[in-house]
Design a protein around this ligand. Structure first.
Ligand code: MN
Length: 206
């Protein structure tokens, strides 16, 4: 169970087949302005891989790109909308098919409005993750061990959460609508990048 830090790309052959958990860290919340600094990826086997991009990166990352673009590999995210936009904008691939634990949570845990990853991991898996490093300088030339641990923990639990949410969605009869939401996410991310991020085109309001 280790955390591996790589630069500019993932080495070949470090991930087993099957779904991969994916997360990103950026310089901020405005995707075209705030560059992609780190992409975390895990096959659920216990290791996490962090791919760090330098300030002048060309984001070529051929090994990573192949995995993200692979239509046979489901990508697990927590709040996929943000990560998809960052990956689309910087790496230039649509990282689908998708399972988003935040959407699954909103569709099943209707008894609460707390859908953060920390809360899901606590309630559903009985583990604790720290969010202390969330707002830190991900563009720093060297990432601290606290940053690396935090970044890795954001992909560490997504496979287990997915398995539980598949059951919950099934139980509540919401698997089909969840899948439809997941399938729409790449378009939702593109709308964000096109400027329809705050303005909800489904809303009656202007
Ligand atoms: Mn994160």
């Amino acid at each position: 169970m280790s955390v591996y830090l790589h630069h500019e790309d993932l080495p070949q052959g470090v991930l087993a087949d099957g779904p991969v958990a994916v997360d990103t860290e950026t310089m901020g919340l405005i995707t075209p302005r705030d560059r992609l600094c780190l992409l975390q990826i895990s096959d659920g086997g216990g290791d996490e891989h962090l791919v760090k991009f330098g300030v002048n990166s060309d984001y070529a990352a051929p090994n990573l790109r192949a995995i993200l673009a692979d239509p046979n590999r489901v990508k697990l995210y927590h709040f996929a909308r943000f990560d998809l936009a960052a990956i689309e904008h910087y790496i230039g691939v649509t990282a689908a098919p998708i399972f988003c634990t935040k959407i699954a949570s909103k569709l099943t845990r209707t008894y609460t409005d707390r859908h953060g990853l920390k809360e899901l991991v606590r309630e559903m898996l009985g583990s604790e993750i720290s969010k202390q490093q969330q707002s830190s300088d991900w563009g720093a030339p060297e990432l601290s061990s606290a940053q690396q641990d935090y970044a890795a923990s954001d992909v560490r639990f997504l496979h287990k959460l997915q398995a539980l949410f598949v059951e919950r969605l099934e139980r509540e009869g919401r698997s089909e609508i969840a899948q439809a939401c997941f399938d729409f996410l790449p378009h939702r991310a593109k709308l964000d990048l096109m400027g329809w991020d705050e303005n909800d085109i489904f809303s009656h309001m202007s």
